[in-house]
Design a protein around this ligand. Structure first.
Ligand code: INI
Length: 160
């Protein structure tokens, strides 16, 4: 039978870095609360979680890259919120933010999770950080644990 690889949701003994932007205020705070709550439910010790606040989504990738280079964590979760209706330069913030996090993630050494909301308005953002559409912070935390456990089953190059 073909083996099917799938990551578990066992967060025990894992170290997680979270980079969260504060630009939009409440949505970002709620994303962080969602992530921390889910990590705790999955067995990650609070002492094994490092949280770095950055001013805006544009700064997330830089801080995430520093965590990545430091090699002290099993995954990095990025959280933030970019709202189209609140900025004329939405595309200049949201695009580079997503591209840079994607580049870091696709290196494949550890999971780098994209928990940055990009919405048309604040209402849509609020719905996705603990409202009708769930909490993307919580979803991102679960994705991080699942991907760590999956990567543990996929061989990587010996040189890494
Ligand atoms: N940063 C955000 O995180 N969300 C936004 O909606 C946003 N807007 O609206 O512009 C935003 N801008 C700030 C940007 O991320 C940087 O912090 C700033 O340009 C300094 O580099």
């Amino acid at each position: 039978m073909t083996p099917i690889l799938e990551g578990s949701h066992d967060g025990s003994h894992l170290k997680i870095a979270i980079v969260v932007s504060r630009f939009s205020g409440e949505p970002c705070q709620k994303l962080l609360e969602g992530a921390l709550g889910r990590l705790e439910e999955l067995g990650v010790a609070s002492s094994d979680i490092d949280v770095a606040w950055v001013p805006g989504a544009f700064e997330i990738a830089g801080a995430a890259t520093r965590f990545h280079k430091a090699r002290n964590h099993d995954a990095i979760i990025t959280l933030g919120c970019v709202i189209r209706g609140e900025t004329p330069h939405f595309d200049h913030v949201a695009g580079p933010c997503a591209d840079a996090i994607s580049r870091l993630s696709s290196g494949g050494r550890i999971p780098v999770i994209f928990g940055v909301l990009t919405t048309d308005n604040r209402e849509q953002a609020m719905a996705r950080c603990g409202g009708k559409q769930g909490n993307k912070g919580s979803d991102s935390a679960q994705a991080a644990i699942e991907m760590i456990r999956l990567y543990q089953q996929i061989p990587r190059e010996a040189s890494e």
